[in-house]
Design a protein around this ligand. Structure first.
Ligand code: NAP
Length: 318
């Protein structure tokens, strides 16, 4: 079994920012970046809201820059998925197939995955008319007709936000009652650019290289009808990537890891030496910049933790 001082699982903005900070602090982090590295930015086209890139940057290019920066300071990468973890206060073991690694500190940055409808066109047109992030992509729909799918707070919030750009926003929801809070529904209802299409699911996304419309199915009558739209925003919730850690670390009822466990270590989990950052512990902000910020915090928290176990009371390293 190989021994490490710090392992980071995940290679989106949170994991890579944690790696940059940890590597510069000479912690020689090992990052399991996964077979599908880079996280949600890899399925984003233009990123226009990450500070420092006034003309925008492609999601994959931003990740490549993060990774190169982490590598420059000595981060080691393993391009495969972690298959098993065994976490306790005293021992943290990470498996990648047959290979095992024991680490003194662990940063979990495995992110979350936007739930999709399961339609064939959805993945093909992702970033080319299909989006899972209004804040990221709304700007590209100036004076267009678009729809938001979902009936939760995210769908309401995204639809209201999108009216800044689009000329018309349909909210498509599969029921006639909402999971969203009353105040959010009421705000959406009062917005003249928003129209609700209830008791309806998206049956198909129409268009080859860009979206020309959607086909809707009424959930009560099963009748079909087409709606012309230029874009579709899917806001049906996210699933945190936490299956690996179930039963070993505290999570909320949706499976998000609970961090903020200690006063001055905001990324600390209930397990001493295990930290979480990015979307895996944040169902609210979910932005590349907030994930990167929390990655930096996790590295600093891990550094302080490692220092506290390596230094004895005289201030000398054990
Ligand atoms: P959510 O509350 O889980 O809502 C998901 C919505 O998507 C539900 O209306 C659900 O329909 C619908 N849905 C799920 N799967 C679907 C499918 N396959 N096809 C069609 N529709 C589907 O998720 P969320 O809106 O992302 O919110 C997540 C959390 O963040 C919530 O706690 C929310 O309050 C919070 N949040 C708060 C704010 C705010 O306060 N400003 C903003 C955003 C999010 P059903 O209702 O029929 O199940």
């Amino acid at each position: 079994m190989k021994k490490k001082s710090l392992i980071i699982i995940g290679s989106g903005p949170a994991g890579l920012s944690a790696a940059i900070y940890a590597a510069r602090a000479n912690l020689k982090p090992l990052v399991f970046e996964g077979y599908q590295s880079g996280g949600q930015l890899m399925i984003t086209t233009e990123v226009e809201n990450f500070p420092g890139f006034k003309d925008g940057i492609l999601g994959p290019d931003l990740i490549a820059a993060f990774r190169a920066q982490a590598e420059r300071f000595g981060t080691e990468f393993i391009t495969s998925d972690v298959t098993k973890v065994q976490l306790s206060k005293d021992k943290k073991i990470i498996w990648e197939g047959e290979n095992s690694y024991q680490t003194m500190a662990l940063i979990i940055a495995t992110g979350a995955t936007a739930n999709l409808l399961g339609l064939k066109q959805e993945k093909e047109l992702m970033g080319r008319g299909v989006s899972v992030c209004a804040t990221c992509d709304g700007f590209f729909f100036k004076d267009k007709t678009i729809c938001v799918v979902g009936g939760g707070d995210s769908a309401m919030e995204e639809a209201i936000f999108l009216t800044r750009f689009a000329s018309k926003v349909y909210i498509i929801h599969r029921r006639d009652a909402f999971r969203a809070s009353k105040i959010m529904v009421s705000r959406a209802e009062k917005n003249p650019k928003i129209e609700f299409v209830l008791d309806s699911v998206v049956d198909d996304i129409l268009g080859e290289n860009s979206i020309t419309g959607i086909r809707l199915k009424n959930t009560k009558t099963n009748s079909l009808h087409e709606l012309k739209v230029d874009g579709i925003f899917i806001a049906i919730g996210h699933t945190p990537n936490t299956d690996l850690f179930k039963g070993q670390i505290n999570m909320d009822k949706k499976g998000y890891i609970i961090s903020s466990n200690e006063k001055y270590r905001l990324t600390a989990t209930n397990l001493s030496g295990v930290f979480a950052c990015g979307d895996v512990q944040d169902s609210h902000y979910r932005q590349a910049i907030t994930a990167a910020g929390s990655g930096c915090m996790a590295a600093m928290d891990a550094e302080h933790y490692l220092e506290s176990i390596l230094l004895d009371q005289t201030g000398l390293y054990k």
